[in-house]
Design a protein around this ligand. Structure first.
Ligand code: FES
Length: 350
């Protein structure tokens, strides 16, 4: 183990641990905009700078490994000054429409400006970014003016989702995170998993389903995704008794925060007006609403008829991952023991 001191506390961690992670292990929170424990280290924002006794320069805590005997100061005057300068520079080219920004209350840039008392930029306004809002698709809104180029979206897309839909382009004030040839974000190359939106620290990427509700107004209810048999966990976001969207849950044992397009965006079916809420029976080619008793009697009598006339193997049953294990078990019992056929399958097996 490597022994070092962080803010006067003795810390003992495995070799290769970064100073940022070592600090976190003893409850010292070093601010970080471009770091995420699920991604490779990027070292772009420098907000995590710390002072190491005996070294002339500040070190980026996210990308500096621990070493025996280091004495680290995470909130010295020099460090705080450096962080204020970083935030000041970021604000010099940031819209600062926090009063109406969808990310207010959930924005890391806002949180750190509050923590370090940076109210506005001290730089004279010169050239700034001036991009049009990309509101073309119905799931993700992109505002390049709010992008701080932390690269989390790029890395999660490459390293975790292996989709490679976006990357950096341009230089200086023209720098953006965009698709190849700046095409609109569409399903030809983006799988709309929404992981980029989840990790974006500012309002540059917004989940449009959550627009119009504030993060503190939404109750988070942890649940298991009903869309397939994998069993991913996520948080349903509930506002005034209605599910308005989904956010990732990074301690989920099966998916560790990763979601697919269905889990992330398709809970809107819950309140869809297209849902069938009553059984339908086709009469003379037209579906008509029926009671559950009528529907179940019809299914039971038809299955019996087919079994008697053509044998049990004329019947096949397909069950669904959206049912519980218990329901699927009961259906296979009904199929094998009741209908006497083994022709049963499950949509998640394909
Ligand atoms: Fe370390 Fe951004 S978090 S440089």
């Amino acid at each position: 183990m490597v022994e070092l001191t962080i803010d006067g506390r003795a810390v003992s961690v495995a070799p290769g641990t970064s100073i940022l992670e070592a600090a976190a292990s003893v409850g010292v929170d070093i601010p970080a905009l471009c770091y995420d424990k699920t991604l490779t280290t990027f070292g772009a924002c420098r907000l995590c700078s710390v002072e190491i006794e005996g070294r002339a320069n500040l070190a980026a805590a996210c990308s500096t490994p621990v070493a025996d005997g280091l004495v680290v100061l995470t909130e010295s005057d020099t460090v705080v000054d450096a962080r204020r300068t970083v935030l000041d520079l970021l604000l010099s080219d940031h819209p600062q429409d926090c009063l109406i920004c969808e990310k207010a209350g959930d924005c890391l840039l806002q949180e750190y400006c509050y923590r370090y008392g940076v109210e506005h930029t001290s730089f004279v306004k010169g050239a700034t970014k001036n991009f049009e809002l990309d509101d073309d698709n119905h799931l993700i809104q992109r505002d390049q003016n709010k992008c701080i180029l932390c690269g989390k979206c790029v890395r999660v897309c490459h390293e975790v989702q292996a989709t490679n839909a976006v990357d950096f382009a341009g230089r200086g004030f023209e720098s953006t995170v965009t698709t190849s040839f700046d095409h609109p974000l569409n399903k030809d190359f983006c799988r709309f998993c929404g992981q980029c939106v989840d990790l974006c620290p500012t309002g540059a990427l917004v989940n449009k389903q959550l627009k119009g509700t504030r993060t503190w107004e939404r109750q988070k209810v942890r649940t298991t995704c009903p869309f397939c048999g994998v069993g991913c966990n996520f948080d349903l976001n509930v506002h005034e008794g209605k599910v308005v969207g989904v956010t990732a849950n990074y301690d989920a044992p099966v998916n560790a925060g990763s979601l697919c397009v269905k889990g992330r965006f398709h809970t809107d079916l819950i309140d869809s007006p297209d849902r069938i809420t009553t059984p339908l029976i086709k009469r003379d080619g037209v579906f008509e609403p029926a009671s559950w008793d009528e529907a179940l009697d019809l299914v039971a009598s038809r299955l019996l008829e087919i079994k008697q006339s053509d044998g049990p193997d004329a019947i096949a049953v397909l069950s669904s991952a959206r049912c519980t294990n218990e329901e699927n078990y009961l259906l296979q019992r009904l199929t094998r023991a009741g209908l006497n056929t083994n022709s049963i399958d499950h949509c998640a097996r394909t």
